[in-house]
Write a protein that binds this ligand. Structure first.
Ligand code: NOJ
Ligand code: CA
Length: 617
């Protein structure tokens, strides 16, 4: 018996030593948190959310029609992908007029009406700002091609390097477009020069060396601030300015392909010091406007797919801030179905540790450019990942439909419209096309999932809509993804989840445990089994000072446990299925979801538990 005890202790010790723990404290100098720190930002891809006029394309009126859903779900801000005038080569990221609304989406009055509706629901509105490029159909570009001042230098024009043996002009350098294997340069017969396009050839890059361009884009920012929006998500920031010498990019592998974007080092085309400077000026413009108008914070969020060091630099410094936060894409770019708990903890810890002091974290788990989480990690992981994004410290960002566990839709080659898929051709398009993650929101089980009355939406609805849809998940008398999500969203209003200290443990390859603790408040303990086997966690051996009993606040739908269940933390007292998670609390937290999604704590239990915890300490 003694031997057994000894062995047990040795095992426990071993267990504890392999468990990596790491902690993080929210630093807000005792200040009240701001609106953007206390909410989930819900991303709406307008073409795919709700169609109000039966043309098969989502629009602003459609979003307004279903806006009560945001309130019901408990999200506090909505970000819309571009709604501006555009030839739609890149579905709105090729903007031909930055201050006009594209007619398929509606009118400026429709936008005002939507903003008013959201305001009445207490929900903020964030718009996309696309400063790196315009459409080639922009009047600016047309005038630039014709050398009409002051537009001549609005874009990045360069002389050819010479001509090849067929007399064809040679691009100025070896830069490759991020969209395909073609040069980032296109020759214009009229101007007899190449223009730069880091993305599609129909999306020429603006030239920020031109003071006129700078002024134009400042006016665009002010135009939208005047329209009372609550913030901007700034597109593709690393590409704003190029290295002065326009020299060749270095190859990563000298023997590798010279036409492969991923084989170039991008030190000439991305994250230039002047880019940070320009963004700093825009942030100041936004802050000054906000101060002058005595309005609530207008949030400034940057989008950059780059290494962690350069991404984090987009926070700026406390003296010279840039973004309120740069999108944190680490969860979707560094992890997938192969990742174990150590990989997850590493990604989470790196962001929290390397973020500048006092900066605010955020977590993205999907968007219109990446595979949906249910497809990237597997459908059983949906609740686990949504729990992570919401209960980790910081702002959570949700891509429409991920709260339901929507999956990537198979889109046939002849239905493909995404330029990033089209350039790859029939054989390879599936690996690069973003269409599958952009298909219509699945509202109900009626024709086209209730998205449109048209016979054919702009992209096909996922054939699983008859069972995977919002209405089904709302009305079903079993736990569903959206019900779990709603419970999680409500938790985000809890002081512990907003401001609590964070500690993460990885007791095994498949287990992630993290806690959020705040003085005089219940503790949240998140327990995840991301492995392939069932496990019996022994919580008290992982997290110290836990009370003997904890409550299930919410549980992934594949759990054996139910909301409100009491679990013992001593020993291996309960099982967790593979890919399941539990959000536990040290007191029973009651949430009144029917009335505005408020969190109310049971004060009696808190007091008793505080007494118990204090006496243990
Ligand atoms: C990033 C956007 O998210 C993506 O959809 C777009 O294609 C590129 N920027 C170019 O604007
Ligand atoms: Ca429409």
């Amino acid at each position: 018996m003694l031997k057994l005890l000894l062995l047990n202790n040795i095992l426990l010790l071993f267990f504890a030593t392999i468990s990596i723990t790491s902690c993080f404290k929210i630093q807000n100098d005792g200040k009240e948190l701001d609106w953007w720190q206390k909410t989930i930002i819900y991303q709406v891809y307008p073409r795919s959310f709700k169609d109000s006029n039966g043309d098969g394309i989502g629009d602003l009126k459609g979003i307004e029609e279903v806006a009560d859903y945001f309130k019901w779900l408990g999200v506090g801000a909505v970000w819309l992908n571009p709604i501006y005038k555009s030839p739609m080569v890149d579905f709105g990221y090729d903007v031909s007029n930055f201050t006009q609304i594209h007619k398929q989406f509606g009118t400026i009055n429709d936008l005002k009406s939507l903003a008013k509706k959201l305001e009445s629901l207490g929900i903020k509105l964030i718009l996309d700002f696309v400063p790196n490029h315009t459409s080639d159909q922009s009047v600016w570009f047309k005038k630039s091609v014709h050398g009409i001042e002051p537009y001549t230098e609005y874009y990045v024009w360069k002389e050819p390097k010479g001509t090849d043996e067929n007399g064809k002009p040679i691009p100025p350098n070896n830069w490759i477009s991020a969209f395909d294997v073609d040069p980032a340069w296109t020759y214009n017969e009229k101007r007899k020069k190449f223009y730069l396009h880091h993305f599609h050839s129909k999306m020429p890059d603006l030239n920020y060396k031109s003071p006129h361009v700078r002024k134009e884009m400042e006016n665009v920012i002010l135009f939208w601030l005047d329209a009372d929006i609550h913030g901007l998500r700034v597109d593709a920031v690393p590409y704003l300015i190029e290295a002065e010498d326009f020299g060749d990019e270095e190859l990563i592998d000298e023997n590798g392909s010279k036409n492969d974007y991923s084989n170039l080092k991008h030190s000439k085309t991305m994250n230039q010091p002047e880019t940070y400077e320009l963004l700093r000026e825009w942030r100041k413009l936004v802050d000054d406007y906000t101060a002058e108008n005595n309005s609530e914070t207008r949030v400034f969020i940057t989008e950059a797919y780059t290494d962690l060091e350069h991404t984090l630099k987009y926070y700026g410094t406390p003296e010279e801030p840039i973004a309120h936060f740069p999108f944190n894409f680490e969860l979707i770019t560094r992890l997938d179905a192969q990742s174990d708990s150590y990989d997850f903890a590493d990604v989470i810890n790196k962001w929290l540790k390397e973020m500048p002091e006092g900066a605010w974290p955020n977590w993205v788990i999907g968007n219109h450019d990446r595979k949906r989480i249910a497809t990237l990690f597997g459908p059983e992981m949906v609740d686990v990942l949504n729990t992570m994004v919401i209960i980790l410290p910081g702002t959570g960002i949700n891509y429409y439909g991920d709260e339901l566990g929507m999956e990537n839709t198979f889109v046939r080659w002849d239905q493909t419209v995404d330029p990033q898929g089209l350039v790859l051709g029939k054989k390879k398009y599936e690996s690069g096309s973003r269409d599958g993650a952009r298909t219509p929101m699945q509202w109900d089980n009626t024709s086209n999932a209730g998205f449109t009355t048209a016979d054919k939406p702009w992209l096909p609805v996922n054939p699983n809509y008859w069972k995977l849809n919002l209405k089904n998940q709302q009305e079903c008398n079993q736990p569903t993804h959206v019900k779990v999500y709603r419970k999680l969203a409500a938790a985000m209003k809890h002081p512990t989840v907003q401001k609590g200290d964070f500690q993460i443990y990885t007791p095994s390859k498949s287990m992630i445990v993290f806690t959020r603790t705040l003085d005089d408040n219940p503790t949240f303990i998140v327990v995840m089994n991301i492995g392939s086997e069932s496990v019996q966690p022994d919580l008290s051996s992982v997290v110290s000072k836990l009370p003997d009993e904890v409550y299930v606040y919410t549980a992934s739908i594949n759990s054996e446990q139910n909301e409100g269940d009491q679990l013992s933390t001593n020993g291996k007292t309960f099982w967790m299925r593979p890919k399941s998670c539990l959000v536990l609390t040290t007191s029973n937290i009651e949430v009144n979801l029917s009335e505005g999604n408020n969190v109310q704590c049971s004060v009696v239990t808190i007091t008793i538990l505080t007494l118990i915890i204090n006496s243990v300490i």
